[in-house]
Design a protein around this ligand. Sequence first.
Ligand SMILES: O=C([C@H](O)CO)[C@H](O)[C@H](O)COP(=O)(O)O
Length: 428
Amino acid sequence: MTRPTLQVALDILELHRARQIAREAMAGGADWIEVGTPLIKSEGMAAVRDLREAFPRTEVVADMKIADTGTMEVEMAAKAGASIVCVLGDADDTVIAECVRAARLYGVRIMADLINVADPVGRARELESLGVDIINAHVGIDQQMIGKSSVDLLRSLAGEVSLPLAVAGGLDAETAAQAVAAGADIVIVGGWIVRSGDVEGSAARIRAAIDAPAIAPAKKKSLEEEIRSLFLQVSAPNVTDAMHRKGAMSGLIPLTFGVKAVGPAVTVQTFAGDWAKPVEAIDLCRPGDVLVIYNSAATHVAPWGELATRSAINRGIAGVIIDGATRDVDDIRALKYPLFARACVPNAGEPKGFGEINAEIPCCGQQVRPGDWIVADESGVVVVPKERAYEVARRALEVKKNEERVRAEIERGSTLSAVSELYKWEKK
Ligand SMILES: O=C([C@H](O)CO)[C@H](O)[C@H](O)COP(=O)(O)O
């Protein structure tokens, strides 16, 4: 088997950072450099020129995602120094044919990207007959967030075309190895390398994985397990960032430090100090649920305390959020239990039995339905609509990964303003 090619996709907005990240990725074992679409949109052909100059002996791939004016775009990328130019596989045949003609004239190759193509196998065959040089089984970043897999797309193409096959979309060391086992000649990795805090090390891990692909049988998780494991890896701020600054409850205090609560909500609506429904709800929760209580935002009387907390622990409840007050905070802290409330007050209420369990409730400025996901840590509490839980969890992990490389650059002595070219990107 020939050694698979590792193409690092520089999906970075700032050229000075892209150049340095490319150096580190090459040191880790990358073969080809891709000037990613976001970099091309941010810096134009200057980015292709710059990276060609910095890496004179490397294949430089311009991810132009050409949709029209094939000749003009291939020509500009080729003249700037690209040796491979990407066209959308979904572009009209006239565009593909023009790209191929221009590529022959300028001595470059064409990679056709199957992102969003309805019939990938049929289109890959057509693209081959139109003369493209490489087919890319690509699942875009937004599509990855709803669980689409580039390795599955690649598998569907195996043996269908005789062109070299590339694969791109959310690959890490494990899935990159699976892609090679499924027939990938070129493995394209963006985020997992370029957003990592250790770019060289991450590239080296992918290199090792694709050079000797050892496939461990994947353990299938349920969707709920998958969502939980993703949310456990991120913070509440990562989650609101992923939701375009939505979902955060306001006015809650984390009463226990160093703990986190993640899980689907069981909701309780009740009147100030009436603790019957909150305590009955404990027995209805499944292990891993989060109990969310609307207690009329009252801060003078508590529907919750130590004995309820001990009961919640016995049921495996992941945490409790109260739009209202709690008492027994010292005991609850000693139990290291994740509890978030508006206030602490010693007054107990009474078990009158008003209210209901598992109806939609307001909670600290947000609406919460049973089954919506809660992510709570020392920064606060976020609610995620159940229909978008997987997607938001994936996006939150992307937010976290994005911060890793930026953090590493600040640790090396830079500042947030310099790393992000803040003045340049202020709204004009
Ligand atoms: O082509 C890409 C995407 O459409 C953004 O331009 C990425 O380079 C490609 O998906 C690889 O990046 P990751 O998915 O982050 O590995």
